[in-house]
Design a protein. Structure first.
Length: 184
């Protein structure tokens, strides 16, 4: 399976073979049988790449990452050398772009998913609960190992977990509750 990073390590521990490939090589690798599966961005990009032509099954939920964000990589010294107003412009431009991309994907992913299902006969399947449970256990193991080796990773992980607990409690009575009431 084409899957990078920590997700790849988790897949490996589950018995799979992670493969690193750039996005432009995914279709051909699936088509030729070099890989059996891929993790990619989401329905909007999957449709654009034509992955439905070589992969008829679409599994959810994405278990390996909470969501994607845009990134902007800067030379630390060059950024620090900018005056405060330009640093603020760069930071705000990054924030704005990330928000716009999230909104665009939220808006486009469902129509792309419906096209995959209705126009291209893709079979959408939920991962079995026991598989998700195993992946969760392996995920916790891998992340804890990384956090144990690196104090910064440990701080990031604890910050993430703390935020996750807070946002989950809120979403249980806001977004999730709203979607449940409104038929979502």
């Amino acid at each position: 399976m084409r899957i990078p990073g920590l997700g790849g390590e988790i897949l490996k521990r589950a018995g799979g073979i992670p493969v690193l490939l750039p996005g432009g090589e995914i279709f051909t690798a699936l088509q030729t049988g070099t890989i059996d599966a891929t993790e990619w961005i989401g329905p909007y990009n999957d449709l654009a790449f034509g992955l439905y032509k070589v992969a008829k099954y679409y599994y959810y939920p994405g278990w390996h990452e909470p969501g994607t964000t845009m990134e902007c990589l800067l030379n630390k010294a060059a950024y620090a050398a900018l005056p405060a107003d330009l640093q603020s412009i760069v930071s705000n431009a990054c924030r704005a772009l990330n928000g716009e991309m999230l909104a665009e994907y939220t808006a486009r992913n469902n129509s792309a998913l419906q096209s995959l299902i209705n126009d291209h006969d893709v079979d959408v399947r939920e991962f079995p609960r026991d598989v998700l449970g195993k992946l969760l256990a392996l995920s916790e193991e891998v992340v804890e190992e990384v956090a144990d080796k690196d104090p910064l990773a440990a701080r990031v992980f604890e910050s993430y977990r703390s935020f996750q607990r807070q946002v989950t409690a809120w979403h249980d009575i806001s977004e999730r509750a709203y979607l449940n009431v409104r038929g979502g």
